[in-house]
Design a protein around this ligand. Structure first.
Ligand code: 4NP
Length: 154
């Protein structure tokens, strides 16, 4: 199974979610059966490492996301990935607009799909402080744990 986490810039939320998912998957018997990547609906930060606050927050939880590089969502992603897991409702709307009709329902909200909260969103921490990044980590890591649990029984 291939999962793509999508946010706006691909430097805060989706890299943190990618890191949390990788870490939780690596610790599970699923290791190797699930591939994870992330992308942004916007391309302004393409080629950049994650925001240093996101790197620091992930590191404080024992996860290294410093090697990730941002990229923009591309049309081939709709063929290449089984699920496009969006951070918030704006991201979901933007992704669905770009999706071929037959793949549109493969774009979902991460927290919803993980079973954390119907309609739940991961708030953009970009203009916030460290506590906003900690909140993002808490949400995406809860989602990562739930995804691993879900995939382990299906
Ligand atoms: P992200 O956060 O979508 O979680 O990566 C953002 C990063 C950059 C911008 C907005 C949100 N930006 O406007 O540059």
């Amino acid at each position: 199974m291939k999962l793509l986490v999508v946010c706006l810039g691909n430097i805060c939320r989706s890299p943190m979610a990618e890191g949390a998912l990788r870490a939780r998957l690596d610790a599970a018997p699923l290791a190797g059966r699930v591939e994870v990547d992330s992308a942004g609906t916007g391309g302004w930060h393409a080629g950049e490492a994650p925001d240093r606050r996101a790197i620091a927050c992930a590191r404080s939880h024992g996860v290294d996301i410093g090697g990730q590089r941002a990229r923009q969502l591309r049309p081939a992603d709709f063929d290449d990935y089984d699920w496009l897991l969006c951070a918030d409702a704006d991201n979901l709307r933007d992704v669905r607009k770009l999706a071929p009709a037959a793949r549109r329902d493969r774009a979902v909200l991460l927290l919803d799909w993980a079973g954390i909260e119907p309609g739940g969103e991961v708030p953009d921490p970009y203009t916030g402080g460290p506590e906003d990044f900690r909140r993002v980590w808490q949400l995406v890591d809860s989602a990562a744990q739930a995804v691993v649990a879900r995939l382990s029984i299906t």
